[in-house]
Write a protein that binds this ligand. Sequence first.
Ligand SMILES: *Cc1c(COP(=O)(O)O)cnc(C)c1O
Length: 251
Amino acid sequence: MAAESWPTPTSAAEFAERIEAVHRRIRAAEREAGRPPGSVRLLPVSKTVPAERVRLAIAAGATLLGENKVQEARQKAAELAELPVEWAVIGHLQTNKAKYVAEFASEFQALDSVRVAAALDRRLQAAGRSLDVFVQVNTSAEPQKSGLAPEELGGFLAELPAFASLRVRGLMTLAVFSADAERVRRCFRLLRETRDRLRDDAPDGVSLDELSMGMSGDYELAIAEGATTVRVGQAIFGERPLPDSYYWPEG
Ligand SMILES: *Cc1c(COP(=O)(O)O)cnc(C)c1O
């Protein structure tokens, strides 16, 4: 994808401008795709951003924030507990950390095993809470990426009604990291086609309405392919110093 530079906002006013600029591009992409305005939700991703700067983004109007690592998310949620913001965990989860997600998150976007579903459900039931979830699909067939293979998805979805506290909203994917827009687009398209194929036969209570796909460098492409949620970090919070490979460790 075209390389862009993303400076780091240092005030609530700068955050408000940045968020508005992304909203404008989302609206333009919706129009371009012939989709109704407001059909795409922006999820700002605040991973690696210290709580004090996250506070500015919340002052600028962010009400939902995405974090890739549970411990980091949990710590920020605690530090910013007095503020009107909800947390979406968007990275791979180990079963032994499900209890934390059940405590503070309103949304979990990287469900990819029955064990994690069971662990979340048990903790959520105990806490009297429920959780919106997205099932992560590996659309690039890269072995280092989490997520179910598209062929595994039907069988997996059939298991989910057993977990009453999980509200299944749809599917999530990370496209291949590539400068080749066609390869990136193919991942997004595969997620949509997989969804379309399974939607009518989805079990009762399992909705596949949502497609969470697209990040700072490729969200317009994702919207063209049907994204309903785009997860945007750097284009709002500024460039991250570490390479993307750091955030998607093996297994
Ligand atoms: C970091 C991250 C994003 C956002 O990536 P940016 O390049 O910062 O927009 C989206 N999805 C997931 C799962 C992430 O970990």
